[in-house]
Design a protein around this ligand. Structure first.
Ligand SMILES: [Zn+2]
Ligand SMILES: [Zn+2]
Length: 376
């Protein structure tokens, strides 16, 4: 820029932003503005477009990000260095601020740059407005009837790549807690993208009784953030239920440990008498049990109590044990010591087991909780 006065033709937004000597500029309509070519006149219309885009989203706070067409920022920089102006905010900041303030007025929602529920990205070059929303972390407990696996598993034919048998999903068609919850929660939240974390697992044939097994699911880019406290899912004429549902304040950084009560149906190689059952009970009163984890260091878990009834070789065992100790191995003794087999001095095999009560030990940990999130 050479610096003759005629060349400092700016719209009122662009001139105000330079601060100081306003008489150095000629105020012109936006389209003639040497810096923005009318871009700053479009902030309200852009804000309105953003508000329309957000209509399907549930949010309390938002943020605005802006991309400028090529050359705009450079023209402002040149202007400032040519006139030795320090200027106030940059054109990018001002554009984002004006779009944001239009949106605040229109929606009465709060701007929160640090931790917004939704972020609006405005590209002033293409005119595109896109929305992304912060993930929702949903905590709940599920109960289930027998015959439903916890996780969906890969199609055995194609092993995940998708084929005719699995309808190109890559997953088995058999129902799972994961698939059922995914469908339901995607209906509630408006997003099918989610990642599950379970506090332990059980067999397909295991029943899970109230209060249920805890899980946390990260729902990505959700449109709705208010999710139900409880709901049921019909799975092949039976019902899977979720209770204690709540949206966590932020991403959990630490999960509680847990212990659970399980009811085990087992069969012994030889008949088990009452004396052996009493021995079983006394052997597992707050007993430390070692689990030689495959591909991992051995770990010690606690068995809090065991009671059992026998009918010939058939056993019904109730045991309260730490999460992470596999029930079947605790019975058979494979990689676990002491085990039910070891104490009864006969080979015992687990036929099936149910999860009767899961108790969390400790709290879910979070990295930081901001004030706006605590209201959740
Ligand atoms: Zn301008
Ligand atoms: Zn397949």
């Amino acid at each position: 820029m050479s610096g003759t006065p005629q060349e400092k033709r700016l719209c009122r937004y662009c001139s105000e932003r330079q601060g100081g000597q306003q008489d150095a500029f000629v105020i012109v309509p936006g389209l003639e503005c040497a810096v923005c070519s009318g871009l700053m006149d479009r902030t309200d219309a852009t804000g309105e477009l953003a508000v329309r885009r957000l209509r399907r989203y549930e949010f309390r706070t938002f943020a605005v990000g802006v991309t400028l067409p090529e050359g705009v920022q450079e023209r402002e920089d040149e202007l400032r260095s040519g006139l030795r102006l320090k200027g106030n905010e940059t054109i990018k900041t001002q554009a984002a601020r004006l779009v944001g303030s239009y949106m605040s007025r229109s929606t009465r929602k709060r701007l929160d740059k640090k931790n917004p529920d939704v972020t609006v990205l405005v590209n002033f070059g293409t005119g595109e407005v896109s929305v992304s929303s912060k993930p929702a972390f949903f905590y709940g407990r599920y109960t289930k009837p027998a015959g439903i696996a916890q996780r969906r598993s890969f199609c055995q034919l194609c092993r995940g790549s998708g084929c005719e048998k699995c309808g190109n999903t890559g997953y088995e068609r058999r129902p799972s807690v994961e698939e059922s919850l995914r469908k339901k929660l995607s209906g509630f939240s408006g997003s099918p993208k989610m990642v599950f974390t379970w506090l332990g697992s059980e067999d397909r044939e295991s029943r899970v009784f109230p209060p249920g097994r805890p899980f946390i699911v990260e729902i990505k880019n959700p449109r709705k953030r208010k999710l139900p406290r409880r709901f049921g899912v019909r799975v092949r004429h039976r019902t899977l239920t979720v209770t204690a549902g709540r949206v966590l304040p932020s991403k959990p950084t630490r999960l509680p440990s847990f212990r659970f009560l399980t009811e085990i149906r087992a069969v012994a190689a030889t008949k088990v008498d009452q004396k052996s059952l009493r021995e079983l009970k006394s052997a597992f009163r707050r007993a430390a049990v070692t689990f030689q984890r495959p591909n991992n260091r051995p770990t010690t878990k606690t068995v809090y109590g065991v009671s059992a009834a026998a009918k010939g070789r058939a056993l019904l065992i109730r045991a309260e044990i730490d999460g992470g100790l596999p029930v079947k191995r605790f019975v058979s003794g494979e990689l676990v010591s002491p085990s039910v087999s070891e104490v009864l001095k006969t080979e015992v095999g687990c036929r099936s087991f149910d999860i009767c009560r899961v108790r969390e030990i400790g709290e879910i940990g979070f990295a930081e909780v901001t004030r706006s999130e605590e209201k959740n």
